[in-house]
Write a protein that binds this ligand. Structure first.
Ligand code: KG4
Ligand code: ZN
Length: 351
């Protein structure tokens, strides 16, 4: 069974073909990320316009790379939430149209849930994508992305509970905001990770938010970094934050990046360990854009008694392989189809 996945929830336009949930036949991603650098973050109108321009070439490329035509495809899976309204609309309207004209079943996909399914891809025809170990149930899933930070416990496919989530900023958002404070370009996460390698994670003591149960909070940490940068730069609280980085030395910036990353990672480790001890899952999956952070992968892995399962780095950030994979499992588990004449976008969809 082959599913074509389509993803357009933020600034990546992506299409992929996945067979039986775990075999990746093609994976095409066009990012408008470069167009947003000048603005320091994603501009929804620019992202939407760019999806319109590239979505059909991206889909056609994904089919060609998989050596498929629509005749060989058993269904179309599309992200309908969560995400930016204008961006989601392009993917959903394209998928609806393709489902109608090719007479294929359509499946609506929750983007956050799909991040977890990137871990189910264990084989690939694409040479630079390495497979991961297949997760087993019960499975603890840690989703760390630009829009979400949550812990989920899966008894089985489509049988899961949300244990906790961020009550304010997502961890990726904190990486991006801290990057701005110290003058690193968008997207901040990978740039913080790179600069942190030159810094000392113990140079500054930053706070770990004390949240009940399995909830998270990152906005206090972000403010603590802002105050620290102001103090180190020797400026007052009303000094424009956009000019702050010009007052900091390279060593100070590297130390701030390393200290922030250390606390952000420790926050995830603490809650994941607590959930592991309480629920004793048979596998732990780390997914979402921030899962591309190699320090987080290494440190979380060594703090757990089981081997951490994390997708190939290229499948951590937004892609359509994860959308197609979850689509395959929806078919296999007789989950409801979407109506191609009425599927709506759901920008604030939760799990
Ligand atoms: O999953 P994703 O591509 O999009 C959302 O669904 O939000 O995640 C994007 C986030 C951004 O905040 C980006 O800065 C962060 O993932 N990110 C990283 C790294 N690579 C991407 N954060 C930390 N370290 C990285 N290496
Ligand atoms: Zn995402």
């Amino acid at each position: 069974m082959r599913i074509l996945g389509i993803e357009s929830s933020c600034d990546e336009t992506a299409a992929a073909v996945v067979e039986n949930g775990n075999y990746l036949l093609s994976n095409v991603i066009a990012s408008s990320s470069d167009l947003h650098v000048a603005y320091g973050g994603v501009v929804p109108e620019i992202a939407a316009r760019s999806h319109i321009e590239v979505i059909m070439p991206v889909i056609n490329q994904a089919l060609a790379d998989a050596k498929c035509t629509f005749k060989d495809i058993d269904g179309i899976a599309v992200t309908n939430g969560a995400g930016l309204g204008g961006s989601l609309l392009i993917g959903v309207m394209t998928a609806r149209t393709l489902a109608i004209i090719n007479n294929k079943p359509l499946y609506d996909i929750n983007h956050v849930l799909a991040h977890v399914y990137a871990s189910f891809i264990k084989q690939s025809d694409i040479k630079d994508i390495n497979s991961s170990k297949t997760p087993t149930f019960p499975m603890l899933a840690v989703v760390v992305s630009g829009g979400h930070t949550q812990l989920m416990l899966f008894k089985d496919h489509f049988d899961y509970q949300l244990l906790g989530q961020t009550q304010d900023d997502a961890i990726g958002e904190a990486f991006d905001k801290v990057a701005k404070i110290i003058g690193l370009p968008y997207p901040g996460g990978p740039n913080i990770a790179k600069l942190a390698e030159k810094g000392d994670p113990d140079s500054y003591a930053l706070p770990i938010a004390k949240m009940d149960g399995y909830d998270f909070s990152f906005s206090g940490l972000k403010t603590a970094v802002l105050r620290l940068a102001q103090r180190e730069a020797g400026v007052s609280l009303d000094f424009p934050s956009t000019k702050l980085s010009g007052k900091l030395s390279e060593a100070q910036k590297a130390n701030i990046a390393a200290s922030f990353q250390h606390v952000a990672i420790q926050t995830i480790i603490n809650k994941t360990k607590k959930a592991f001890e309480e629920f004793k899952p048979s596998s732990v999956v780390l997914a979402g854009g921030v899962a591309a952070n190699s320090k987080l992968r290494q440190q979380l892995n060594s703090s757990l008694p089981v081997e951490l399962i994390s997708p190939d780095i290229k499948l951590c950030t937004d892609n359509a392989a994860m959308i197609a994979s979850l689509g395959c499992y929806k078919v296999e588990h007789n989950q409801p189809k979407a109506d191609p004449y009425s599927l709506e976008i759901a920008p604030s969809l939760s799990v």
